[in-house]
Design a protein around this ligand. Structure first.
Ligand SMILES: *Cc1c(COP(=O)(O)O)cnc(C)c1O
Length: 396
């Protein structure tokens, strides 16, 4: 049996070990662990990679979102429109600041926030009062859109930016899974007001622990985020605003600088693996039983995850687990149905496409170091599952 873990970072580590260990050693020798030269250099390098004028290194992707919202002065009475089909942090950070997450359903093909759903919400449930867009039901002020570039594919930004412009909403891109993703030739994170990236180990560019980064083309927002990252102290010990400790570690920045040089090669490996799966499932005539990721046609997909849609998802997952093939469900419970958001008073059926995606999607192993044998084992196991299912149907 060919074992295929969902993700195996050891192969990547073996590739960079001899380069990364001396740099870790150097940082340790300097004992300069906070906001040193590697942080400054990483910020400039990632900003350039993401076509943004500024980068602010932070402690995690979650803190990138939190810091972005704080820099935009989001608080009680504000509402942020986002997707219910995403990692918890997207909405969790909004709620932690006393603001209200407003969910709009996803596009069933890309799994990203549907511009049509957002437009529909604005047209039917909002009104303009004192030059501000307000939610009729709550009286809250709609302050920003927070699209997520899920799995490494861009949300449909052009219509979302048009809605934002029409109503003077800020745009925060949750690009945690999307470093290097492009929308119509533009790197994500540089399209809205602030882009938020995560360097969690399982992301395409992963640290040796937690780390993240905000990008922006707005010098004033960059300055606000830099100040708020260190408790809002400017100069040190003098606070005109309340920030937090959102700093990225020097050690993580040093590791990430080594890895950044390899990122495009790794991303190409993921894209090659995705193309292998696409072709193999198509050749096997699985078109109607397994929906492979559909390129939305507006740019570079970096395949942080390769997520398929299948009808009997849980049975397939159990079958693959028994054959030593790792999979994951991103995400099993859409955010509007999370217990902690019960106060938003949502019910099953409110966002049918998000709920269907939560029932039907499954992430397959996609990391760049997968061997041909491993890729073939994943495809063979899925075909075997369906052949067995077919026999069951025919004999019943
Ligand atoms: C990973 C992720 C985050 C949070 O990043 P952390 O670094 O784990 O805090 C936020 N949003 C999305 C969509 C993510 O995938």
């Amino acid at each position: 049996m060919t074992n295929v873990p969902l993700l195996d970072l050891k192969a990547q580590y073996a590739q960079i070990r001899s380069e990364v260990m001396p740099i870790i050693e150097q940082v340790c020798a300097s004992q300069r662990f906070i906001l040193g030269e590697h942080v400054l250099a990483l910020e400039a390098e990632v900003a350039r990679y993401c076509a943004s004028s500024a980068g602010i290194g932070v402690s995690s992707g979650t803190d990138a979102l939190l810091l972005a919202l704080m820099a935009l002065e989001v608080g009680a009475g504000d509402e942020i429109i986002t997707s219910p089909f995403t990692f918890f942090a997207t909405a969790g950070t909004i709620a932690r600041l006393g603001a209200r997450p407003v969910f709009c359903d996803i596009d069933p093909v890309s799994f990203n926030l549907s511009p049509a759903a957002v437009q529909d919400f604005v047209d039917r449930q909002c009104h303009v009062q004192g030059g501000e867009l307000r939610n009729r039901a709550t009286g809250g002020r709609i302050k920003a859109l927070m699209p997520v570039h899920l799995y490494g594919q861009s949300a449909d930004m052009q219509p979302l930016m048009a809605i934002a412009k029409a109503h003077r909403l800020k745009v925060i891109e949750d690009a945690a899974q999307a470093i290097g993703t492009e929308y119509q030739g533009t790197r994500v994170g540089s399209i809205g007001d602030i882009g938020c990236f995560s360097f969690f180990p399982s992301k395409n560019l992963g640290a040796f622990g937690d780390a993240g980064l905000c990008t922006t083309n707005d010098a004033q927002l960059a300055e606000s985020m830099r100040v708020m990252r260190v408790h809002g102290g400017k100069p040190k010990y003098f606070h005109s605003v309340i920030g937090g400790n959102f700093r990225i570690d020097e050690l993580q920045a040093a590791v990430l600088r080594v890895k950044l040089k390899y990122l495009d090669g790794w991303t190409e490996g993921r894209q090659r693996n995705a193309a292998f799966y696409d072709a193999a499932f198509a050749a096997a005539g699985m078109g109607n039983r397994i929906v492979t990721p559909q390129a939305a046609g507006h740019g570079r997909h970096i395949f942080n995850q390769y997520v398929v849609r299948v009808a009997n998802r849980d049975a397939l997952r159990d079958f693959l687990t028994a054959r030593g093939i790792g999979t994951e469900i991103y995400y099993p419970v859409p955010l509007h149905l999370q217990q902690c958001f019960a106060y938003l008073k949502h019910a099953p059926g409110d966002f049918p496409e998000s709920e269907r995606a939560a029932r039907e999607t499954l992430a397959l192993p996609i990391y760049p170091e997968l061997t041909r044998e491993q890729l073939e084992a994943v495809v063979a196991a899925i075909l075997e599952f369906h052949a067995a299912g077919q026999r069951r149907v025919l004999s019943s």
